[in-house]
Design a protein around this ligand. Sequence first.
Ligand code: OOB
Length: 542
Amino acid sequence: MIPLQQIWPDDMAARYRAKGYWRGETFSQLLRSRAEAQADAVAVVGMEQCWTYGELLEKAETVAAGFLALGLKPGDRVVVQLPNLPEFLSVIFGLFRAKLIPVYALPAHRSTEVVHFVTRAEASAYVVADRHEGFDYRALARAVQAEVPELRHVIVVGEAEEFAPLDAFRADPASLPTQDADPSDVAFLQISGGSTGLSKLIPRTHDDYLYSVRESADISGLEPESVYLTALPAAHNFPMSSPGYLGALYVGATVVMAPSPSPDVCFPLIAREGVTITGLVPPLALLWMQAAAKKTHDLSSLQVLLVGGAKFLPEAARRVRTELGCTLQQVFGMAEGLVNYTRLDDPETLIVETQGRPISPDDEILIVDDAGAPVAEGEPGDLLTRGPYTIRAYHNEPAANARSFTEDGFYRTGDVVRRTPEGYLVVMGRATDHINRAGEKISAEEVEDHLLAHPSVFDAAVVSAPDDYLGERICAFVIPNGAAPRGVELKAWMRKRDIADFKVPDQIVFVDDFAVTAVGKVSRRELRAALRQRILENEGKA
Ligand code: OOB
């Protein structure tokens, strides 16, 4: 087994501790101290359930004991793929209590992705719901176990069939470790958006992540009376910690779990639970504004709407205050670390036109040109960063690490930004070839690989195309091998490869060749750039 770690140079780690960023606190301690201070306050609401902090702690301890009774040992990895249920919280806090390491998969992931996470993380258990949105996760678990027999345990929230039901876990507090995790140890693994090939695993420590959670809670004005609605998938870094449900639990507030982010589901929850704050990706923010115009529900409790994950255009951002009656907070973050926020009391122009400034005074920001030299102040360039909650390496990815980090430990975000005179960042685009489809990051290379596996595909190049609703959609240029299959057939075939549905191209354009006239070899990047240009010209957007 390759050890899980995240190593900052000694002098930097010492500075982060001396400045009080890293406080030696763990996720387990966080829940325990809140439960001691306010056992009867409501911690989480969802799916007709309502648990106090005392109950959440008790359920987490039961889960912890149950996992240990299965024979799992501290440090073992557990892939968690759950929709937004209250059990999401009892499972992850149970894993933290047992010193097990959650690996967060999205509900949209299918066996291709889950097999990759299980293998890469060398996971020994997998937690799923029985069904969600018409999909049977037990069938998925069977497919994953058939491919990776080392995955010994499948735990199901709900009807377990042949697997272990979470409900049957019984607490034996005596079996729980008496010593808590080391705060500088890795607490969990996030999944990267993946600009090249398959997703990478992002190891985050208790110390570094809790610093970002604590500061985010403060920057978003969370207080014990706040009610945070988890509308986006709970496994994603944005609803987890910006300020997210962890920020809400950190200050002793209430978390509401929404099974879907649609206005139909969320508006009644906002009205019923008095939700004060939530986070959305731009396409959902647009949808909510459209639905709010119908005034079917009282949304007056909502004070703050965070929007991030993809660029929120100023024209849309400007409408939030009037149409939803709350303050917009833009957030530009990444699972690898750095998170920027507009501040609640910022002037309207900064809130609407920028993606905010970093959380920490010790977030180091470099904006550089192709040669790696800093650009003139205010000019766009590649964003590099390092700091007290930005990773120094992906788990077990020597080649990607050499590409993604500079020698002195800066993470190459792949984003092109400029900095305003106030020190706020404006996201201008990106340097890497991924598609940001409604906040989901999709690697062009990964989609091309799937297409190339089809016998009638001679070559494929995948690019992003501007889309009024999604921000970007996936457009695949395909050179057929003989007679071209129909686009719908190719899409249906891709779905059968058991991949997340959001990776299936929205548009397929069959071409005879890529019409690249340059002599010699053309890089994939140049090819994609030329094809993207072609789309822009066709749509009159060039
Ligand atoms: C969030 O995290 P990831 O890891 O799914 O994606 C990170 C990437 C960034 O590098 C950037 O390309 C893009 O998503 N992004 C934005 C953005 N927020 C993220 N691009 C433009 N404007 C924004 N506001 O997406 C994430 C993590 C924590 C908080 C919020 C978002």
